[in-house]
Design a protein around this ligand. Structure first.
Ligand code: MG
Length: 351
């Protein structure tokens, strides 16, 4: 079995004339994103008014369009845009969700997102503990793909069955392939998975295989994806093509909060729920302020093993889930996070 790990994160700070600091972040290829910000994006932002966020976004997007509209460039735009929204919140003394549409839920329901493929016993123990901690929705990851043949298929199915055995059928179970499968393999897996009633099958094929998503999404299991898609137009294309039944853009990749808010409107028009990829504050603010975001992904805090946990170690203020819900503070301006120094000894910091 192989797993995808990233152990780097980028934080992006913007300081206004009065000394207010907005904090953004990005998780993909931080050293390259930092270089792109330093060389290309920060000169476009310095001197602007953060409340002209739509103009700043468009300027960053258009000036770098030839090379920046997907991948590293859009991740850089995302990090800066998130910092700008944090600034707008702090400067107007409101939490970001209050600038986006306000409170649409008393609390945000979350789903427990871990359950990596391991031994059956370990997975069942983990699911039991999560259930005892009050979670009512769970996501598990497949550990086997095309190169593992029929026996790998059976190993995948055994693990889904094992988690279902623990959580029963009155709770949601999501299943995730993280692009580790291909179209042929997924076509063969879906009929075998149907009996376990997954809420969705996530990213079965690579992000660019939109036609594959379209075909699979016509089948009996809702297909989710979008965490590796970029920009409003990229996500609009997934929606127009009916490629996904649940859209999971990643705010710090897709173009930040400015792009995410526009995508939310398009998704609502297509009646496709949005459940942003990952926990993390920027996603919680978007979820809190949007009726069409029913639940948040939540990475429970463990020792760093995959990289998903890093946000918790880098930022102070990311809310802990309790009994399957989390809440945002009505009185905390901006995103409500600060850079933590509690775990600094575990990091190498590149200034
Ligand atoms: Mg995913």
């Amino acid at each position: 079995m192989h797993s995808f790990r990233f152990h780097q994160w980028l934080t992006c700070e913007i300081t206004t004339d009065d000394g207010t600091v907005g904090i953004g972040n990005a998780a993909l290829a931080p050293s390259l994103v930092k270089k792109a910000i330093d060389d290309y994006y920060s000169p476009l932002v310095i001197g602007e008014d953060p409340f002209d966020y739509a103009y700043i976004w468009e300027k960053m997007y258009r000036r770098t369009h030839a090379w920046g509209r997907k991948g590293i460039g859009m991740v850089a735009i995302s990090a800066i845009d998130i910092a700008i929204w944090d600034l707008m919140g702090k400067l107007s003394n409101k939490p970001v969700f209050k600038l986006l549409g306000g409170r649409t839920k008393e609390k945000i329901p979350v789903y427990y997102s871990k359950l990596y493929a391991g031994t059956i016993d370990a997975m069942q123990a983990e699911a039991t503990e999560a259930m005892n901690n009050g979670y009512t929705a769970f996501k598990t990851r497949f550990g086997y793909g095309p190169k593992d043949g029929m026996s790998g298929m059976r190993e995948n199915l055994k693990r889904v069955a094992a988690v279902r055995e623990v959580i029963g059928y009155d709770r949601d179970l999501m299943v995730e392939a993280y692009m580790g499968w291909n179209l042929d393999y997924t076509r063969r897996m879906i009929p075998k998975l149907v009996q376990y009633e997954p809420r969705w099958l996530e990213e079965p094929v690579i992000a660019d295989d939109v036609r594959g998503y379209v075909e699979l999404n016509k089948g009996p299991i809702p297909i989710s994806g979008g965490e590796h898609e970029f920009s409003l137009l990229g996500c609009a294309n997934l929606l127009q093509e009916k490629a996904v039944s649940v859209l999971q853009y990643d705010t710090n990749r897709v173009g930040g909060i400015t792009a995410a808010a526009k995508i939310n409107a398009v998704a609502e028009a297509h009646q496709i729920p949005v459940i942003p990829h990952a926990g993390q504050m920027h996603n919680y603010h978007l979820t809190m302020s949007n009726f069409n975001c029913p639940i948040s992904e939540y990475f429970p805090v463990f020792d760093v093993e995959v990289g998903n946990e890093l946000f918790y170690y880098i930022f102070e203020g990311d809310p802990d889930a309790k009994d399957g819900f989390l809440d945002l503070d009505d009185n905390l301006p901006g995103l409500g996070i600060s850079i933590s120094d509690r775990h600094l000894e575990h990091f190498d910091i590149d200034e």
